[in-house]
Design a protein around this ligand. Structure first.
Ligand code: NAD
Length: 493
C-alpha cells in the first residue's frame, strides 16, 4: 500500500495528519496520503516566490524563455517514459478503463506541456517609437514577466490532464507552480512530482501539496496573500469561496466551474451522428466531464426516435470493465459523489419524471458492488424547474424534453445559471450558425462534442467561470505585462 507525501521545494515531506484514498472500483485501500500543514504550504509559497521573481529567479523566472522551453521539452520526454505509471495511477484512483486513461490523458499530458512551450515561443512583444506631448522623443516595448507563485487547484475528473493544463503555462512563463490535486486523485500528481524531481526544473519552481479544501491544503494555499494568482477548476461554490479569498490581496483568479449543458437536436439532424455524439457527451467518463450534456431538447418530430435510440444505447453500455478496449464507463469517483448523484436521480419520480434507462445502481455480484457505480440514466417528463433539470449532477444522466420551435429550443437551453457548453445537431448550416451565438455558453459544438484543441480558448459564462483559458490565454494569465519606455535624446539635448 502506497504512502503519498508532499513535495515541497525539492523535498518529500510527510506529516502526522493522513487520509485514506480508496478505490471507487471496489473500495480497496489504495494509498495513505500525507495532508500538508499550513507551515508546509507557506514554505512552498515562500520558496516559490524566490525562484520565480525573488533572489533566486536566476534559476528559473529570469531564465531566457528558450532555456525554460528546452527544460520543459526534456521534462515532457520524461513524462512519456513514465506514462504507463501515470495511466495506472489514474485508472486506480478513478476506476476508469485503461483505454480511456491512455487515450484521453496519458501521453496527452506530455503533448500539452510541449504545445504550451512552443506557443510561448510565439508570443511576440510589441514596440513603438513615439513623440511625447512635451517634445520628448522615445520608444517603448512590452515584456511578459512571471507573476510569481501560481496556485493550481484541481478537480478529480481528469487528474493528470487538469494538473498539466494548469502547471504547464505557469512553469513555462517562469512562475512557481504549486499543485493541489483533488483529495480523490492524489496519485498521478505524485508521479508528476517525481518526474519533476528528476528533471532540470529547479527546486522550488514546483511544489505538490495534498489535502482538502477549507481548513486544509486548498484553503491554506488560496488564502496565502503571497500567492500571486490562482487557477482553479471545480465546483461553482468552491470557485466563489476562492474568489473571496483572492480578494484579500487583490489576486487574480482564473475559474473553470460547473455546467448544466444543453444539446439541441433539430428535425433535420442525422440520428446516427447524434447517437454517437450524444452517447459520448452524456456518458463519457461516467458523465464526469464539465462539458457533458445533461439536458437534451429534441424536436418533437424526432423525440420518440431519439429517446428509443438513446435508451437502447444506455442500457447496453459496458460498465466496470477496466480492460474494455472501447467506449465503456467506470464508477463515479467516490461513494460520496455517488450518493449525491443517486439523490438527484431519486427526485425524478417524485417530480413526475420517469426513466427510460437506468435510474439506479447496477449490481455485479462481485467486488464491484463495493464500488461507486451508477447506471447511465435517461429521464423524460421532468418539469423544467425540477432539481434534475436545474442542478449539475456531474454523472451519466440525461434529461430529454421535446420542443417545437427554434426560439423555444434556445430559451430552454439558456434557462440555467450556468453557461459552459452546448451542442447543436442540425444539417442546416444557417441554423447552426444562427443558433450558436444565441446560446450563452463558452463553447458551442456543431454536430459534435468534445473535439477540442487543448490550445483553443475555454471560457464559461455565469456560474461556469471567470476568465479565458487555453493556449495563449493561459500564458497571458500566467504572466504580467510590463511596458518599458525609454527616452531617446536628440544630439544636442
Ligand atoms: P471541488 O470544487 O469540490 O474541488 C476542486 C478542488 O478544490 C479540490 O482540489 C478541492 O480539494 C479544492 N477545494 C475545495 N474547497 C476549497 C477551498 N475552500 N479553497 C481551496 N480549495 C478548495 O470540485 P470537484 O468535485 O473536484 O470537481 C467537480 C466539479 O468540477 C464539477 O462542478 C465540474 O463541473 C467542475 N469542472 C469544471 C471544468 C471546467 O473546465 N469548467 C472542468 C472539470 C471539472
Amino acid at each position: 500500500m502506497k504512502e503519498l507525501k508532499n513535495y515541497i521545494a525539492g523535498r518529500w515531506v510527510g506529516t502526522e495528519r493522513r487520509f485514506e484514498k480508496r478505490s471507487p472500483f471496489d473500495g480497496t485501500l489504495l494509498a495513505t496520503v500525507h495532508e500538508a500543514t499550513k507551515e508546509m504550504v507557506d514554505e512552498a509559497v515562500a520558496i516559490g516566490s524566490e525562484v520565480s521573481v525573488g533572489s533566486r529567479s536566476g534559476q528559473w523566472g529570469a531564465l531566457p524563455m528558450k532555456q525554460r522551453v528546452a527544460i520543459i521539452h526534456d521534462f515532457a520526454d520524461r513524462i512519456l517514459a513514465r506514462v504507463d505509471d501515470l495511466v495506472e495511477a489514474d485508472v486506480a484512483d478513478t476506476g476508469r478503463s485503461y483505454w480511456q486513461a491512455s487515450t484521453f490523458d496519458g501521453a496527452r499530458a506530455a503533448r500539452l506541456f510541449r504545445a504550451y512551450a512552443d506557443t510561448a515561443l510565439t508570443l511576440e512583444n510589441r514596440s513603438m517609437q513615439f513623440s511625447g506631448e512635451l517634445g520628448f522623443e522615445g520608444m517603448w516595448y512590452t515584456l511578459r514577466r512571471p507573476k510569481g507563485v501560481i496556485a493550481c487547484i484541481c478537480p478529480w475528473n481528469v487528474p493528470l490532464l487538469m494538473a498539466s493544463m494548469k502547471v504547464a503555462p505557469a512553469l513555462i512563463m517562469g512562475n512557481a507552480a504549486i499543485l493541489k490535486p483533488s483529495e480523490e486523485t492524489p496519485s498521478s500528481a505524485t508521479i508528476l512530482a517525481e518526474v519533476i524531481d528528476a528533471s532540470d526544473i529547479p527546486d522550488g519552481a514546483f511544489s505538490l501539496i495534498h489535502g482538502f479544501g477549507h481548513n486544509s491544503a486548498g484553503g491554506y494555499l488560496s488564502e496565502n496573500p503571497n500567492v500571486d494568482a490562482i487557477t482553479f477548476t471545480g465546483e461553482s461554490g468552491t470557485g466563489t469561496a476562492i474568489m473571496k479569498s483572492a480578494a484579500n490581496g487583490l489576486r487574480e483568479v482564473s475559474l473553470e466551474l460547473g455546467g448544466k449543458n444543453a444539446a439541441l437536436v433539430f428535425e433535420d439532424a442525422v440520428m446516427d451522428r447524434v447517437a454517437e455524439g450524444m452517447t459520448r457527451s452524456a456518458f463519457f467518463n461516467c458523465g464526469q466531464i464539465c462539458f457533458c450534456t445533461e439536458r437534451a431538447y429534441v424536436h418533437r418530430t424526432r423525440f420518440d426516435e431519439f429517446v428509443d435510440r438513446m435508451a437502447d444505447i444506455a442500457n447496453a453500455i459496458v460498465i466496470g470493465d477496466k480492460s474494455h478496449n472501447g467506449f465503456s464507463i467506470g464508477p463515479l469517483v467516490s461513494h460520496s459523489h455517488r450518493d449525491k448523484v443517486k439523490a438527484l436521480l431519486d427526485t425524478v419520480p417524485e417530480n413526475g419524471g420517469s426513466f427510460v434507462a437506468g435510474g439506479g445502481i447496477p449490481e455485479f455480484e462481485d467486488d464491484r458492488d463495493n464500488g461507486a457505480f451508477i447506471q447511465p440514466s435517461i429521464a423524460v417528463g421532468s418539469p423544467e424547474n425540477a432539481p434534475f433539470v436545474k442542478q449539475e449532477a456531474f454523472g451519466p444522466v440525461l434529461h430529454v424534453a421535446p420542443f417545437d420551435e427554434e426560439e423555444e429550443a434556445i430559451t430552454l437551453a439558456n434557462d440555467t445559471s450556468y453557461g459552459l457548453a452546448t451542442c447543436i445537431w442540425t444539417e442546416n448550416v444557417n441554423r447552426a450558425h444562427r443558433v450558436a451565438p444565441r446560446i450563452r455558453a463558452g463553447h458551442a459544438w456543431i454536430n459534435s462534442w468534445q473535439i477540442r484543441d487543448l490550445l483553443s480558448p475555454l471560457t464559461g459564462a455565469g456560474a461556469s467561470g471567470v476568465g479565458e483559458q487555453g493556449g495563449r490565454h493561459s500564458l497571458e494569465f500566467s504572466s504580467l505585462p510590463q511596458t518599458v519606455t525609454m527616452r531617446v535624446f536628440g544630439e544636442h539635448q
